[in-house]
Write a protein that binds this ligand. Structure first.
Ligand SMILES: [Zn+2]
Length: 270
């Protein structure tokens, strides 16, 4: 884990997203004291304070299947415990999928899952962030209305918020290809969810078209969203302080992508 901080620093990042465990298995080992010490040392060395953890892809907090739901809640609790131990700023998670159930039942199951973990979440400084999704299959959270419902029912009870993934909202049907389109989408977010509930961005271009509901990330400017969106994001005065995470597929050009985003930012700071 501590390597995420060191590698981030080396490519010019001032924040990193990482996994606290293997994201594709249910079995996780508790963090060793050594891993925690190395983490704290790297954090001091790099000065990177704001960090995001991404939960396991297997976790489904909205599942109608009792067994999967129980496993998911347990894994999510362990993930949050690791985040609290490491002092992670944001725990990013996908809301969940309703599979054989209904959307309404799925959303209410997610709320139940979150309320159950509230006592633990209130013991530390880690904020849980619902990630907007592309809406693949029965995945919830692709419409701002769905996220708004989850936030309304939980935000007074535990530290929670939202992370917008640009690829996902585009695939979900929000047209952010132009500066106007991006700014209008942020306004819509503000009306429906409230910008005070927005904490971070996943900055990705999309291989799949608008409204395709398919989650396939592309490098910035090499997908169907295009650079104007990312320029608008970096220059939006209400979003400038929020951490932004690349999840683009070609890690060999991450340093260039960071430099590009920083260049967009310079225009307003001049
Ligand atoms: Zn994402």
């Amino acid at each position: 884990m501590h390597n995420a901080l060191l590698e981030g620093k080396a490519i010019g990042a001032n924040t990193v997203q990482f996994f606290t465990a293997n994201q594709r298995t249910w079995h996780t080992k508790p963090l060793s004291d050594e891993a925690v010490l190395l983490w704290e040392k790297a954090r001091d060395e790099t000065g990177i304070e704001v960090v995001m953890s991404h939960d396991s892809y297997l976790i489904n907090l909205g599942s109608p299947d009792k067994e999967i739901l129980a496993k998911s809640r347990k894994a999510f609790r362990l993930e949050l415990e690791r985040c609290l131990l490491l002092g992670v700023t944001y725990l990013n998670f996908h809301p969940g999928a309703y599979t054989t159930g209904t959307l309404e039942e799925g959303l209410d199951t997610i709320i139940e899952s979150l309320l159950e973990i509230a006592p633990l979440a209130n013991t530390g400084k880690t904020r849980l962030l619902l990630e907007t999704t592309a809406g693949q299959g029965s995945c919830m959270g692709s419409k701002f209305e769905e996220i708004a419902y989850l936030i309304q029912k939980t935000h007074k009870i535990l530290p929670i918020g939202v992370c917008i993934d640009t690829c996902h909202i585009f695939a979900a049907g929000y047209d952010i290809r132009t500066k106007e389109g991006f700014n209008k989408t942020i306004e819509e977010f503000d009306e429906k969810i409230g910008l005070s509930n927005l904490y971070a961005f996943h900055v990705n271009d999309s291989l799949k078209p608008l409204g395709s509901r398919a989650d396939r990330h592309a490098s910035l400017g090499k997908g169907l969203i295009g650079l104007p969106c990312f320029e608008a994001l970096m220059q939006h005065e209400k979003l400038s302080h929020m951490p932004k995470y690349l999840e683009t597929p070609d890690h060999t050009i991450w340093s260039e992508e960071i430099a590009l985003l920083s260049k967009f930012r310079e225009v307003i700071s001049k």
